[in-house]
Ligand binder design. Structure first.
Ligand code: MF3
Ligand code: CO
Length: 252
C-alpha cells in the first residue's frame, strides 16, 4: 500500500528534508569530500550535524546498519560502510547517501563527488547522467501519471548517455519509514504500476554504471559493487508528488 501523506506529515517530512539539504550544503562548503579524508570522518561529521540539530541518523541501526551514512567509492554503488582505514584518493568517485529522522519524519538523499580538479570526460558524463535522470524522472512525479513513467524517464536518460542501470536497486516510498512502498525501478516501459497521487513521498535515486551494471555484495555483507569493477554514480532526492508539479524536498 502506498501511503498518501496528510498535511501534518508533509510539514514534518519537509522539515526533515530541509535539514538534509542543509547538511549536504555544509558538506560542500567545508569541502569535506577531499583527498586524505577518511570515510569515518565524514560519517562522524554527518552524525554530529544531525544530532546537533535535534535529529537522529535514519540509517544508523536500520536492519543493523552500523553507521549514519553510506559512503561508496568507485565500483561500489551503495551501502559502503565508513571506516577510518579508507581515505579518499585523487580520482575517486565518491557517493554519499544519508538520511535523517527528525521528530519521526524521514528524509533520504545522495550525491556523487569527484576527488580532484577536473574529472575525465567519462566520469563527468556518468555524474551528469544520474543528475539529469533524477530531474527527468522527478518531472513525471505528478498526480495522474503512473509510477513507471518515472522509471521510464530515468531509463531513457541512461540509454541516451550509454550507461547501464543497476537493475537490482531503485527508489522507494519514504517519509514515515526509510523504505516504504512502492519500489521505484530505474528502468522499464512507461504507463505501468499504480497511479500517482498528490501527497505521495518518494525517494527517486538513479544509480548507473559505466560498464555492465551487474552487481554483487562484498564480504562485509553490505557494500554493493559492480562485478566488472566499472565506476558508478548515484543521485537521490526525496520528492513530494504534487497535483501539477513535483516538489524536490531535499534541495534548498
Ligand atoms: N538510502 C539507502 C537506500 O535507499 C538507505 C540505506 S539503508 C542502510 O537504499 F541501512 F544501508 F543505511
Ligand atoms: Co534511498
Amino acid at each position: 500500500m502506498i501511503h498518501v501523506k496528510n498535511e501534518e506529515e508533509i510539514n514534518g517530512i519537509r522539515k526533515s528534508c530541509e535539514l538534509l539539504a542543509e547538511l549536504f550544503l555544509r558538506i560542500s562548503e567545508e569541502e569535506l569530500i577531499s583527498e586524505g579524508v577518511s570515510t569515518k570522518e565524514v560519517d562522524l561529521f554527518i552524525e554530529s550535524f544531525i544530532r546537533e540539530r535535534g535529529g537522529r541518523p535514519a540509517f544508523l541501526g536500520y536492519r543493523g546498519y552500523p553507521a549514519s551514512a553510506c559512503i561508496s567509492i568507485n565500483d561500489e554503488v551503495v551501502h559502503g560502510i565508513p571506516t577510518s582505514k579508507r581515505k579518499f584518493k585523487k580520482g575517486d568517485l565518491v557517493k554519499i547517501d544519508t538520511g535523517i529522522n527528525l521528530n519521526g519524519f524521514i528524509s533520504d538523499a545522495a550525491r556523487s563527488y569527484y576527488i580532484g580538479e577536473n574529472p575525465p570526460e567519462h566520469v563527468k558524463k556518468l555524474m551528469e547522467s544520474v543528475k539529469v535522470a533524477f530531474y527527468e524522472g522527478a518531472q513525471k512525479a505528478v498526480a495522474g501519471n503512473k509510477l513507471s513513467d518515472i522509471s521510464n524517464a530515468i531509463w531513457n536518460i541512461a540509454r541516451k548517455y550509454g550507461v547501464s542501470v543497476i537493475k537490482e536497486l531503485g527508489g522507494h516510498g519514504v517519509g514515515l519509514r526509510l523504505h516504504e512502498d512502492p519500489f521505484v525501478p530505474n528502468y522499464g516501459p512507461p504507463g505501468r504500476g499504480p497511479v500517482l497521487k498528490a501527497g505521495m513521498v518518494l525517494a527517486i535515486e538513479p544509480m548507473f554504471a559505466g560498464g555492465a551494471g551487474r552487481v554483487y555484495t562484498k564480504k562485509d555483507g553490505w557494500t554493493i559493487a559492480t562485478l566488472d569493477g566499472s565506476l558508478t554514480a548515484h543521485y537521490e532526492n526525496t520528492i513530494l508528488v504534487g497535483e501539477k508539479e513535483v516538489e524536490i524536498l531535499t534541495e534548498l
